[in-house]
Design a protein around this ligand. Structure first.
Ligand SMILES: [Cu+2]
Length: 172
């Protein structure tokens, strides 16, 4: 009889402990950006921690596509993949890149011959909280992949982990 009560008490303690543990997990800081983008452009996505980014940018203002990309582990504005960036030939694409990796993990934005593409765009490798604005002209029509070029000495590259997205340059 007494042992049964002890077992029940232990079970309660375990459950309470588990509940506390789950609470701690849910309260632990998510990889949210430190600041929200303030520039009021329709092309600016909401930073998100959803698994996949489905936001598609469309060129709105004349000749300028503006987008903020949070460089997460291991995606852009997402934990895998990235938004489709869409522009017309001749548009200027301005990307505000915000490092948002965990710990010492850095990420970058690359659109180059390995995409593959005729472009040669490469950002700095940004740590969490570091920012860089890059700008390039959409000279070449086509559908290409942008990606993170960071690869650890061992294990899969960030791109292999899914850190890439599509950029579509349309003819006018
Ligand atoms: Cu990366």
């Amino acid at each position: 009889m007494k042992s049964k009560i002890i077992v029940a008490a232990v079970a309660v303690v375990v459950l309470a402990g588990l509940g506390g543990y789950l609470t701690i997990i849910s309260l632990s800081p998510q990889p949210q950006p430190a600041t929200q983008p303030r520039t009021p452009t329709t092309a600016t996505p909401t930073p998100t921690t959803t698994p996949t980014a489905t936001i598609v940018t469309t060129p709105t203002s004349r000749g300028l596509v503006v987008l903020t990309l949070y460089l997460n582990d291991y995606g852009y504005n997402a934990s895998v993949g990235g938004p489709t960036i869409r522009a017309y030939v001749g548009d200027v694409i301005r990307l505000r890149l915000v490092g948002n990796g965990s710990g010492p993990i850095v990420h970058d934005f690359v659109l180059d011959e390995k995409s593959p593409s005729p472009y040669s765009v490469k950002s700095e490798r940004l740590r969490r909280g570091q920012e860089q604005v890059i700008e390039f002209t959409a000279q070449f029509a086509g559908v290409y992949k942008y990606y993170c070029s960071v690869a650890p000495f061992a294990g899969p590259s960030h791109r292999d982990r899914g850190q890439e997205g599509t950029i579509e340059i349309l003819q006018r």
